[in-house]
Design a protein around this ligand. Structure first.
Ligand code: ADP
Ligand code: ZN
Length: 444
């Protein structure tokens, strides 16, 4: 068995990927890599060494995969505190690429890749695309943003290595995206699900529906989306939509993806070891139990992460997938432990609102949640765009729809909220991750 599985454009055999390793072999590979990465961090990353020393642990104490739970966690603030290069485990001379997260809340976090790290990244993206049924000959429109954001370049090299034809269009310029989709015979597209909804809508307006194009596959990620959103996308665009997951700290996109069974996301656990922990106490939870996803990179060189707290809430699915892959799956990520809103003492996740809105005929998938505080009391308003047809309906018709939405939202969330129906195209569109929540409580 090769330490790092590699593909070549001419001889790509998805069935030989580590996705299908017999479980004992997979666990053995993970343990071997875990020992090596802990050693690497201990020897090269002062913060990690201090934390290990503080618990009197030595790299040699890692003797089984269960010992993982004895290792210290890494948090986003650790990346900020050591900004920019403090967690690198390789000398800069071996670092061939850096990326950074957007840094909308303070300094960006910076991550690094050696040449080998880039090979691993390419490999996992190839495995992602293969899981979506893509192959050489596909024409891939990569509408993830290129630049410091990991989405664009990450998907780019994987698609090339698969042997597909890549159109590196990056995000934005929606009319040009639609022109390319149509003129170049694009068969697969990568972008955020919210941006794709925008493309669908714009294509409709310009009279160029997407259903009649050769477009077959959509690879959507970087933000949470729902089953309802998938149904909408698949119906409107006539494609098969896949959920891809990743985060900058771990590698970027390509940590996991759905296969064609669409029953959870396979994690490439020969490179990224998943655990689920209690989001409050950090205590490990068993497969099948919900909690916070914690990831350890098993093969990264320039900036390995040991037990990185993602804040993403999911569970590891038990049982085997019908596709035959042995690597485990997580449930789609609908929420983060830190995006939970507490409204008048009730916990609310934006995904609950999306689920309701998309199940009601006449609304579009564009909405915004606005939270304010009035005399110490939280006020919640949901602005929902309605379709052209409905917007020109009678006042009575609109009012009926409004009260239906409001009623359904209350059943789903236990919260009364104000619902405003707004005209088509009033809510701002995003080219990358959608910003659905405006929390103005501290501003009012
Ligand atoms: P990326 O550059 O890959 O988008 P970021 O670091 O900007 O990475 O964001 C990572 C976060 O985005 C994840 O921790 C998760 O909260 C969210 N995310 C990424 N992909 C998905 C997905 N498919 N479903 C839900 N959330 C996702
Ligand atoms: Zn599967």
């Amino acid at each position: 068995m090769h330490e790092v599985w590699s593909d070549s454009t001419s001889g790509f055999h998805p069935a030989s990927a580590p996705d299908y390793l017999p479980e004992p072999q997979l666990r053995e590979l993970q343990l071997r890599r875990l020992k090596a990465v802990v050693r690497r961090c201990y020897d090269n990353v002062p913060l990690f060494r201090q934390r290990m020393d503080a618990t009197n642990m030595r790299p040699d104490d890692v003797q089984s995969l269960d010992d993982l739970s004895r290792l210290p966690f890494t948090q986003k603030c650790d990346l900020r505190d050591t900004y920019p290069f403090g967690l690198f485990a390789s000398p800069l001379s071996e670092v061939v690429r850096v990326h950074a997260s957007s840094g909308t809340t303070g300094k960006p976090i910076v991550v690094a890749y050696t040449k080998e790290d880039l090979d691993v990244w390419t490999e996992v993206i190839v495995r992602c695309f293969a899981a979506c049924g893509m192959h050489s000959g596909d024409i891939v429109q990569n509408a993830y943003g290129y630049g410091l954001f990991t989405g664009g370049l990450g998907a780019h090299y994987g698609a090339e290595a698969l042997g597909a034809t890549v159109i590196p269009v990056s995000g934005g310029n929606t009319d040009r995206q639609i022109m390319i989709l149509r003129d170049f015979g694009v068969t697969a597209i990568c972008c955020t699900p919210s941006y794709f909804i925008h493309l669908i809508e714009r294509a409709k307006e310009t009279g160029a529906g997407l259903r009649d194009l050769p477009l077959r596959v959509g690879v959507f990620g970087a933000e949470p989306w729902t089953e309802e959103m998938r149904a909408h996308i698949q119906k409107e665009a006539g494609i098969e939509a896949f959920d891809i997951f990743g985060l900058t700290e771990i590698i970027g996109p390509g940590v996991g993806i759905e296969c064609r069974a669409h029953n959870g996301l396979h994690i490439f656990e020969d490179h990224f070891l998943p655990e689920i922990v209690d989001p409050e106490s950090g205590t490990p939870r068993r497969d099948g139990e919900e909690g916070e996803l914690v990831l350890t990179t098993l093969s990264k060189k320039a900036m390995p992460m040991i037990r990185y707290r993602t804040h993403d809430i999911t569970r590891i699915k038990t049982g085997h997938c019908s596709c035959g892959r042995t690597i485990r799956r997580i449930e789609r990520i609908a929420r983060r432990s830190d995006d939970m809103l507490i409204i008048r003492g009730v916990n609310l996740f934006p995904s609950q609102i999306e689920t309701v809105l998309l199940s009601i005929e006449g609304t579009t998938p564009h909405y915004q949640i606005i939270i304010t505080r009035d005399k110490g009391l939280d006020q919640l308003e949901v602005q929902v765009e309605v379709t052209h047809e409905l917007f020109s309906d009678t006042i009575g018709g609109l009012e009926q729809l409004r009260s239906r939405i409001s009623h359904q939202l209350e059943i789903m969330t236990g919260l009364r909220m104000e619902v405003s129906l707004v005209a088509p195209r009033t809510i701002q569109r995003s080219e990358g991750k959608a910003k659905r929540v405006k929390d103005l409580r501290n501003a009012t």
